[in-house]
Ligand binder design. Structure first.
Ligand code: FAD
Length: 453
């Protein structure tokens, strides 16, 4: 590795992870070039066929803070303090995310991406748009790009693949010995719809909440936008009685919404047009390892671990990857390969854990949030957190409002779940528990007590 010349880094993909990483690396003195297959997103009007807004939480904020752009993004972020549950009668109730008033934030994917690119460019990162990476020579650490009908070969000291769920770097790694890879599609797809502002130019629903219409095997959600619209996402199986396959014409769509999400109909005047105009997209979990071939490349973000979106953590995990990796790298440029090997080893269990948590949370969102026992259980856990904040942090808080490694959160969550299952057999209502009962539950964490002892 050079000691006088700056280390050159080529990044594949100017999406959320690639553009943030380029900013973090350039601040450490690396010479960074980013190659993106699409046109400069700052020229586009809207994000094409992608989720238009995303839930940003603590892990994401911390990475943005490290990059020095937290405050810029805060100006574009709408706090959502809980889940607003819509029942079939159109009644709503708010389930706060946290007992201590913490929020997650709705941000526009396009605005966030554009700010990240502009800030990185200002700091000296070179962005090469319309550069599709077609091939990678791992031995030479050289990526080949298609640009204006020509092939360009670009070597670098370090090649990072933040090129998303269908990564070109990962495809190259797949051809190397003992590379493990799996991809799993769930039976559901998703379609984005939109609720425009009212005729007075106001939000049509409560803006400071993530709205959910949980209906068992499927659900609709909505997140607020700065222009006072909401982006809605319908998660529905591809096949079956209630499925995308069963919604083939405008009348079927209207009846489906009348039966399942009646309160949305007056808010979505263009429902049928949007439904047939907007694409239906897949949901995939991708697991792979290792994330490098010889310590000169690294997969990060969705390229290393694409997950289903139900914990709102894909981008947050990708941002956390960027922060943790650049923190490990700080001052260790001469040990690049060592840092890369260490990073992948320490981060892989967390990537696996958040993949599992995201799949689990789909059941919670579409089903359990409307279940009475689940609601009572949440109340008990909230009380435990208020009484014993050091000992009992609910799983959602650990994942969303803490920096605790995902693998630790998952394992603690399993322990809490086993205890809460016993507790819920004993008491069906939170109001049945007194101070001593809460103390007993805490004692169960150390295996000192059984429920009802
Ligand atoms: C419906 C939905 C809702 C979501 N909601 C949330 C949420 O609320 N909160 C959250 O944290 N996460 C959410 N996510 C997850 C989040 O979108 C991803 O985790 C995040 O975008 C990952 O960032 P990335 O940079 O790794 O990949 P991407 O954002 O996919 O970026 C990859 C980039 O690489 C480029 N590229 C790909 N191939 C090549 C190539 N061969 N050559 C050059 N460039 C290439 C692409 O054009 C793209 O710009 C959601 C995802 C979905 C599908």
């Amino acid at each position: 590795m050079h000691t006088n010349q700056p280390t050159s880094v080529n990044i594949l993909g100017a999406g959320l992870a690639g553009s943030l990483l380029s900013l973090l690396l350039t601040k450490q003195g690396y010479q960074v070039s980013v190659y993106e297959k699409r046109d400069d997103p700052r020229n586009a009007q809207i994000a094409e066929g992608r989720s238009i807004n995303l839930a940003l939480s603590l892990r994401g904020w911390e990475a943005l803070r490290k990059a020095g752009i937290e405050e810029v993004i805060r100006k574009q972020a709408i706090p959502m303090k809980g889940r607003m549950i819509h029942n079939l009668e159109g009644e709503t109730h708010l389930q706060p995310y946290s007992a201590d008033d913490k929020s997650i934030y709705s941000v526009s994917r396009a605005a966030l991406n554009n700010i990240l690119i502009s800030q990185s460019e200002e700091k000296g990162v070179t962005f090469n748009f319309n550069h599709l990476c077609e091939e990678i020579d791992l031995a030479k650490n050289e990526a080949s790009f298609r640009f204006s009908g020509e092939t360009k070969r670009m070597p670098s000291d370090l090649l990072i693949g933040t090129d998303g769920a269908f990564s070109a770097l990962r495809s190259a790694l797949q051809k190397t010995p003992r590379f493990n890879y799996s991809q799993h599609y769930i039976a559901h797809g998703y379609k984005e719809l939109s609720i425009p502002p009212t005729s007075e130019g106001e939000f049509a629903m409560e803006p400071n909440a993530l709205h959910i219409w949980p209906r068992g095997g499927y659900m609709l959600i909505a997140l607020p936008n700065m222009d006072k619209s909401f982006t809605c996402t319908l998660f529905l199986p591809y096949e079956g009685e209630r499925s995308f396959a069963a919604l083939q014409n405008k009348q079927q769509v209207r009846i489906f919404f009348e039966n399942n999400f009646p309160d949305t109909l007056p808010l979505m005047p263009d429902l049928e047009e949007m439904f047939f105009q907007n694409p239906t997209s897949d949901l995939v979990t991708i697991r792979c390892y290792p994330w490098t071939y010889n310590g000169k490349q690294l997969l990060l973000g969705d390229a290393a671990h694409a997950i289903v979106p139900f914990y709102g953590q894909g981008m947050n995990a990708a941002f956390e990857d960027c922060r943790l990796f650049t923190e490990m790298l700080y001052g260790k440029t001469d040990d690049l390969a060592e840092v890369i090997f260490q990073f992948q080893k320490s981060r892989k269990p967390d990537a696996d854990a958040i993949a599992e948590l995201a799949l689990q949370n789909f059941i919670e969102m579409r089903d359990l949030v409307a279940d009475e026992t689940f609601v009572e259980r949440k109340k008990i856990e909230k009380e435990l957190f208020l009484r014993y904040p050091e000992q009992w942090t609910p799983l959602y808080n650990m994942v969303t409002f803490s920096h605790r490694p995902y693998a630790e959160a998952l394992s603690m969550g399993k322990k809490q779940d086993a205890i809460m299952q016993q507790v819920m057999q004993q008491y069906s209502k939170a109001s049945a528990l007194g101070g001593e009962d809460y103390a007993k539950i805490i004692a169960m964490l150390d295996g000192k007590q059984e429920a009802g002892d």
